[in-house]
Design a protein around this ligand. Sequence first.
Ligand SMILES: O=C(O)CCC(=O)C(=O)O
Length: 304
Amino acid sequence: MTDTNGRETFDEQGFAVHRNVIPGALLDALCDVIDQHLSELAAAAMEAGEIDCAHRDLPIEKRLPAVAGARPVSPRAFDKLLFCRQTRDLMCDPSLTALLTDVLGPDITYQGNGHLRAHTPGRLVPVPWHQDAQFYGHGTELMAHRMAQVWIPLVDAGEDRGCLAVVPGSHRWGLLSEAVGEDNVPQSTRDRQLRIYQLGATRARESAVTLLPMARGDVVVFNSLLLHTGTENRSDSVRWSVDLRFEATREFQTLTHAESMGYAAMHRRLMGRGYVPLRVRAADGGAETWATWQERARRMGSVA
Ligand SMILES: O=C(O)CCC(=O)C(=O)O
């Protein structure tokens, strides 16, 4: 079920929330990967004498604080876990690709750029206001309408548990380019990141903001130019979520010159970061396998 007509809302508002679409088994499989990793963290912490029990009985939203103790959790600590068969199965599942087909057409590629976020209560500050395209660099906005950002909560993400907030329609503002670099991989400095966040915060203060509380099984698909943020997690448990970026597979598009430039700029960035793409849906309905994704990662030298 979609809050309203998916494609129309996506075009008009810059995002569409789809309710109760992802099968629980796919989410459980990814949560098991996280739980396995938490067991490894717990073993290391027990070995170091920092904790005296692995807290196997706790669900992942309670277990991370229990096993991490006082040690800080880096915002990027869990991204590497996403390179696994379970993520591949989630991304290639028709429950997700059907939503993406609506926006990108029948041939879809995951750009390799994804995050697994543990938004912990009271410790990590939320991700501040930004457009994802601000981080991709100048030129990439030319292919923004051939891209889709996907955010999936692995646990319920209500208003008290750090749900996303968006500025509806902000994708039509174009790129907030003041703080965006030309060649964004080497220029992706902390200083530039802060300027992007300051600019985003200023624009959000002047705008009507919509909170997006979501339940496990829901998905939001949004435009890379949409201004959005994570909100404060005031609950006592971790908001686990994944965010993934997809594009209409380049070789099967008829592109304008500007769009070709946009893809070229985007792919320079993706290559520069060693992101490993995966074709999650071909026009005939097929998808690349986990073995293919692994082999590509090996060839690129990007195996996590
Ligand atoms: O999960 C969050 O809090 C922020 C997510 C985000 O910024 C994104 O998906 O681009």
